[in-house]
Design a protein around this ligand. Sequence first.
Ligand code: BES
Ligand code: MN
Ligand code: MN
Length: 455
Amino acid sequence: MDKIQEFVESNIDRFIDEMKDFLRYESISTLPEKKEDMQKCAEFAAEKMRKAGLENVKIFQTEGHPVVFGEKIKSKDAPTLLIYGHYDVQPVDPIELWHSNPFEPVIKDGKIWARGATDDKGQVFMHVKSIETLNATEGELPLNVKFIIEGEEEIGSPHLAPFLEEYKEMLACDVVLVSDTALYAPMLPTLTYGLRGLCYMEVEVTGPRRDLHSGTFGGAVANPINILAQMIAKMHDSQGRVAIPGFYDDVVELTQTERDNLAKLEFNEDEYKKHLDVEELQGEAGYSVIERTGARPTLDCNGIWGGFQGEGAKTVIPSKASAKISMRLVANQNPEKIGELFEKFVKSIAPKSVKVKVSSVHGGEPCLVPLGSKAVEAAATALSKAFGKETVYQREGGSIPIVADFKKILGADTVLMGLGLNTENLHSPDEHFDLNHFKLGVISSAYFMQEFAKL
Ligand code: BES
Ligand code: MN
Ligand code: MN
């Protein structure tokens, strides 16, 4: 065991206790009534960053939730790493499906169970602890470290890009390190090199000026729910492709080498189906499941409502129906452009019998990280050393929109070194985080800093 492993081993119980305290804050960014919890959670993070040995730790107020910043500068000539993560979490509903209180962390089966455990408080905490570990074992960090933890990732980071613009100099760096993605499989060191973007829209269909008796008027007037359902059905063709004209125009296709490499990842379709409790999978023809979720754009209805939703029956033709529809995008699709194509398409297929309103909810750009850079090499070496296994590479279907802004505004590429698992129920009831991955994440983060400083 080296010094880093030793320090982590002998302090891991305390690290976990502190992580529990972090997880107790009800930092749900989308709920206005949690504003105070957000501030307190940010203060907790700031305090832990100070204790880990970071300097100039400061909470920056924004028009939304605060950003926590800290740094430790070694020298002008040393490379500079910016670490990013988020302390905000998703809402907990449906609360009745949780087996324990989402904000009272429980340790069971080698995992910690709480909202935010894997996304992303537990993961960002690995880096706080790796900084503490390096300071304790080496008396210093091997490079310049800057660290930001934001509170609005789960609502699309509306104030973070302006923050990057405003504090460009303070945040100047050579590379960004983010742990907010997953390992491909348990105990398999993984680097993610692609994330999807997002274009999230809402469609409202209005028929008659008010709800009508479905007996007296049924047959003569367009029913907005029927129409909306027909329109959604037209959004895919028979091959599972998105039918919006121009949708695929800017898609960067997978290269044959990439397809060959992704095909090497072990994938068990039966287990996958069993885990989800579905008999059959579906998707775009001609692509594997890994390709469909990581490297191909998709369109999904996230919510649909209208008409009578209560118990029993009410015979009515509703006046309105609505749906939330999101598209996951891949490089080089642009969310604004896709939003415009979507609106144009929806309007083009809407019959004259209804009025249709299309609005944009939020969006984010996809990212594709170049492989083979020094930072990626350092991360692969660090992970392999910590896990004792060779690192694999994957693309993931989720989105971290700010990653594209790190490149655009700070000119820095991002290393996506996530230690979660896609089976850890992020955004779902019973979210959890494997504590062995947490420990190896602390070690990997420390190794990464050492490896990157060497190159
Ligand atoms: N950590 C996730 C993103 C993620 C999930 C990456 C799974 C890779 C695998 C992040 O917190 C998240 O949930 N992002 C949102 C972004 C949205 C709110 C703009 C998403 O992907 O839905
Ligand atoms: Mn996250
Ligand atoms: Mn999330």
